[in-house]
Design a protein around this ligand. Sequence first.
Ligand code: ATR
Length: 269
Amino acid sequence: MKRLAVLGHPVAHSRSPAMHNAALAELGLGGEWRYEAIDLAPDELEPRVRAMEGEGVAGANVTVPHKGAALSLADTLSETAREIGAANTLSFAAGEIHADNTDAQGLLDALPTSPAGKRSLVLGAGGAARAVVWALLREGAEVDVWNRTPSRAQHLCEELGGRPVESNPMDIRFYDLIVNSTSVGLRDEDTFAELPFAASDLEAKHTVVDLVYSGCPSQLLTIAAHVGASYVGGLEILVRQGALSLEIWTGRSAPLDVMRDAARARRRI
Ligand code: ATR
């Protein structure tokens, strides 16, 4: 049995096992491969990851809070993971740990149209925002970055590019694409009390992306849909990054529809 896993803390809520096991079954690999969730506290990550190949683990997704640490402990890095400064996909073979990042391409695959030339506002400056900013800049978007703590946005832009913006409230009429890569919406907070614009500022011309997928849909996407904007939810991005990881490990083309259905079926709300 070849093992795959998602490593996080906490990780019990993850939809990745359901999504990947459904995909493996669809590909006829269900008898050979199994995907599980492994909860690892930060100090457990490195020793456990180093032991994984010996335990029959061929690959792992890495989620909050381990994406930075996963990059540091890898022996080899993809160019993408190195530039973003975070890894969400590890592969174990021949005694080496290889780190990759499929979050960036996963976001691009989920967008309805190319972001090339689009005026984009990225909200947040954590690990998730880094992959978003990197992906949008690589595709030729104009990227402004707003963060609750402005110094983090400045730091991110110094490293990756993009322009830090500080005003709150903000005039968002200028933007084509708005990406929420903060954790706002994850709990029951009022999204528009935390973000730098009001619900009434959203317009049909906007494309709104929310990386948060615990809502059904999130408050931000509910308003986006209401005003006729196009929108993409975090679940679709989860599916797309997972599909790319599965392709890295198995070399097989991932069954997107099956993965999407399985991820949705685990929806808690
Ligand atoms: P991740 O790696 O998932 O991006 P993170 O590094 O903890 O996680 O980043 C969380 C992001 O959500 C940060 O941009 C954070 O803003 P700060 O840098 O000011 O902490 C943002 N965030 C979290 N709660 C927020 C809130 N209530 N309002 C606005 N931004 C919030």
